[in-house]
Structure formats: structure tokens, C-alpha cells
Design a protein around this ligand. Structure first.
Ligand code: PMV
Length: 310
């Protein structure tokens, strides 16, 4: 049996602007993971693949799934990539502790876990760059026009300063930072939200470009702050980024309630994370404030919280 996994992620700064060539900062979240296990199976024809993903109630032969089913797609593209045709029948079992549709990168993590387990099982491990590219192709099915940030941060499992179509930059953090993630309980549909920003951008490009430029400026300052270990500087930058995301109309009343409650209970700054209109918010906190802020956002309706040290 071969097992492989991949972490979740959060975007600290720059979501949406990153789709239009501006930088964004994302970090892996290792407490939650997608895992794939590949085993040989007997009594099935060579080259057949049985896929089980209990979280999404999927149990099917690969050949019975639509080619555009994201799990079928990543399985087939991995087999094509490594030129595997005549192999013993396989079972791929996929599990994940990453809440789906919340901006934590669950789709990219599932793709990376599957392609890793499958390619390693068939003795053709893929380098990280190729892994990320394959996962990017699968992300297009989920998200339409992804920037590539999710597959990159999840594959490389490092803090990233990401600009689409540029060489990826990992960077180090000058001091520990603590974030609380709070789930609004409302699903976030990345393709829909990205699509509506695109439509609004087409109507009024100069307004949207000006907002994206401001987000870029925030992102650059945030990177400096993170590298210098000046994490207190990040709180106000998160708040400014949130205001701009509200101007992009990708926030929601529930997210804003959780963000407000986090700030008034001592968070240094807070914003939504990911595509928005649902999904997660994140709050930067002093470590000793963890209990207070987590309780407050739970009381305010967060359906799930997680503390992340970076
Ligand atoms: O997958 P999510 O919900 O974390 O959204 C990704 C961030 C966006 O900038 C909104 C889209 C993208 O592809 O970068």
C-alpha cells in the first residue's frame, strides 16, 4: 500500500487580486490534510482503477466516471503523465479532514494526495513542479480560471509569495504568528465568486484595477512585515485588505460578523480568506488570546475553528 497526503492552506493577503497578476501570500495549514491510499487489488482486470472517497460518497470504477470528474481527471492525467497502462488493478481510497468549499484548498489537496500516492505506487514519483502543474489542470475543473496559488502552496508546503506566471517565491517568517480560522458555515463557491468579480471587472476595469493595485501594495508591505518578524504590523493590513474585499463585493454579513467579533475580542486584525461570500475568515492574534477569540467567534456562529501557528 502507498499512502500520500497534502495539507490545507489559507490565503493571508491578496485573494482575487492574484487572479489579475497581483501578488498574494498563502501558507500551508498542516493540521488538516487530504490523504490517498493506493493498494493493488486482485480479481479485477489489469489497468482497472477502483476509487473510493467516503467523504463525498463516491465508490466507482474510474472507467464509469465522467472524464471531467475532478478525481477521475487527476487519476487519468497522472497515469498518462507516467505512461502507466499495463498495471495490476488498483484501489485508491481518498479521505480528507479539510472542510470543503471553505477556502482551505480541499480540492487542490485531494488532487496532490492522489497524484502523489498513485505515481509513487507505480514507481514513478513526480517532481514538485510537475505535481503542481497537474493539480493546476485539475483546479481548472473546479474553479474555471484559477490563479494557481492553491496548487502551488499545497504542493510546496511552504509560505508563498505568489504571482501568477512568475517563478514561485517561498519566504521565511521572522517570528511565529498565530491565526484563528473561523468557518462561517456558508459554502464558498470559488468559480461563482471569481466569475462575478470577472463580470464586474469587465463593466468597470479602472475601478477594479485601482482596488487590485491597493491590494498589491498591502501585500508587499505584509511580506516585509512577515519577513522582519513585525507581525503586529500585519493586523491593520489585514483589516485594510478586508475593506477592499468588501468593495469587491466578495464578503458576506456572516463573515463580517465573525470578523467584527474577532477584532472586538482582541484580534490584531481579521479578514475573509479565499474566494469569500462564505467559507472562512482568519484572525491574527497574540497566542494568549487564542481561547478568548476562538470562544467569541464560536458564540457568534462560527461552525468550526482552528488555531494555526506559522
Ligand atoms: O480556493 P479558494 O476559495 O481559496 O480561492 C482561491 C483564491 C482566489 O484568488 C479567489 C482564486 C484564485 O484562483 O486565486
Amino acid at each position: 500500500m502507498t499512502r500520500a497526503s497534502a495539507p490545507g492552506k489559507i490565503i493571508l493577503f491578496g485573494e482575487h487580486a492574484v487572479v489579475y497578476g497581483r501578488p498574494a501570500i498563502a501558507v500551508p495549514v498542516r493540521q488538516v490534510r487530504a490523504t490517498a491510499e493506493v493498494t493493488d487489488i486482485r480479481n479485477a482486470d489489469r489497468g482497472e482503477v477502483w476509487i473510493e472517497a467516503p467523504n463525498i460518497k463516491l465508490s466507482a470504477w474510474l472507467h464509469d466516471l465522467e472524464p471531467q470528474h475532478p478525481i477521475a481527471f487527476i487519476t487519468k492525467s497522472t497515469l498518462d503523465e507516467i505512461g502507466a497502462r499495463d498495471f495490476r488493478a488498483l484501489r485508491i481510497k481518498i479521505t480528507s479532514t479539510i472542510p470543503a468549499a471553505t477556502g482551505l484548498g480541499s480540492s487542490a489537496a485531494v488532487s496532490v494526495a492522489v497524484l502523489r500516492a498513485l505515481s509513487e505506487h507505480l514507481d514513478h514519483p513526480l517532481d514538485l513542479n510537475r505535481q503542481s502543474q497537474l493539480a493546476f489542470e485539475a483546479e481548472k475543473i473546479h474553479h474555471g480560471t484559477p490563479s494557481g496559488i492553491d496548487n502551488s502552496v499545497i504542493t510546496y508546503d511552504r509560505p508563498l509569495y505568489f504571482v501568477r506566471d512568475h517563478k514561485m517565491e517561498t519566504f521565511s517568517t521572522g517570528s511565529r504568528m498565530t491565526f484563528i480560522i473561523g468557518d462561517s458555515g456558508e459554502p464558498s463557491n470559488t468559480a461563482d465568486v471569481v466569475g462575478s468579480v470577472r463580470a464586474a471587472m469587465a463593466e468597470d476595469p479602472s475601478r477594479y484595477n485601482a482596488i487590485f493595485d491597493e491590494i498589491e501594495h498591502i501585500c508587499r508591505q505584509a511580506r516585509e512585515g512577515i519577513e522582519r518578524g513585525d507581525y503586529r504590523k500585519l493586523g491593520p493590513l489585514m483589516d485594510q485588505n478586508q475593506s477592499l474585499l468588501e468593495k469587491l463585493d466578495v464578503s458576506s454579513p456572516t463573515l463580517e460578523r465573525l470578523i467584527h467579533v474577532a477584532r472586538t475580542n482582541g484580534a490584531l486584525g481579521a479578514k475573509l480568506s479565499g474566494a469569500g461570500r462564505g467559507g472562512n475568515m482568519i484572525a491574527l492574534i497574540e497566542p494568549e488570546m487564542t481561547g478568548k477569540v476562538a470562544n467569541a467567534i464560536q458564540q457568534a456562529g462560527a461552525t468550526w475553528t482552528l488555531t494555526v501557528e506559522i
